[in-house]
Ligand binder design. Sequence first.
Ligand SMILES: C[S@@+](CC[C@H](N)C(=O)[O-])C[C@H]1O[C@@H](n2cnc3c(N)ncnc32)[C@H](O)[C@@H]1O
Length: 253
Amino acid sequence: MNQKYPKNFARFYDTIYSKMRHGDDSQFFLDLVKKTGGRVLEVGVGTGRLFTEALDAGADIYGIDISPAMLDILYDKLDKDQHYRLKEQCITSFSFNEKFELVIAPFRVFMHLNDKEDQIKALNNVYDQLNKNGVFVFDVFNPDLSILQNGIDNQTDFEGEYEPGRKLKRTVSSMPDLANQVINVLFRLDWEEENGPGTEEWETSLRYFFRYELEHLVERSKFESYYIAGDFEGNAIGSNSREFIVTCRKTST
Ligand SMILES: C[S@@+](CC[C@H](N)C(=O)[O-])C[C@H]1O[C@@H](n2cnc3c(N)ncnc32)[C@H](O)[C@@H]1O
């Protein structure tokens, strides 16, 4: 399964998610970056939806991502003298010469890790790259059981213009694989181009997590303490929680 974001999905990412996602998590992560200070790393930095705002606000922020197409969009947004802040690396194996106060993996990055070996590797690798008292924060969704069971059949989740007069549409189908605890997602983009219509499909999979599985997972890792909130306001998990926001703390050196 291809976990790297293809070229046109990177190209239209900001158009789609500035409408679909903006506001849900951005204030939470930006406040966290400002409050923490020091060196910050965004894992799965993508096109810089949060990264550029944090950098503009004066944060000493770095970014890694496995998708060159996503990083290319972000490179174009940054002054050349800031390019050193980005690296094409994976959460399970990245390393930097200096450690971080805070590592964040916003917007489902962790759900791209399908195997438990990779999930543990990722947690432990992040741990190794943190200073004492450093924190790792990531979010995954709390699975909606009816969507899990029924899947989604060819639903249009975005329709708009990506530039004046040029239409873009995204449709999504999802097929749950309950045995492997993944959702297989088929995205399709259709857009208008100067020389005719464009289209691209991308099939990928997202690993979903249950609350106690997440607790066991973090408890198996090197992190000494953690808290899982049910929303971006920090409230405890309840029956209406749509998110799991996991904050893992490293308390030893
Ligand atoms: C939904 S996007 C989120 C991008 C950005 N954090 C945001 O909030 O808009 C997920 C990103 O995670 C990256 N990613 C997926 N698996 C990864 C891995 N193993 N290591 C690093 N980045 C990964 C993808 O390439 C993609 O850019």
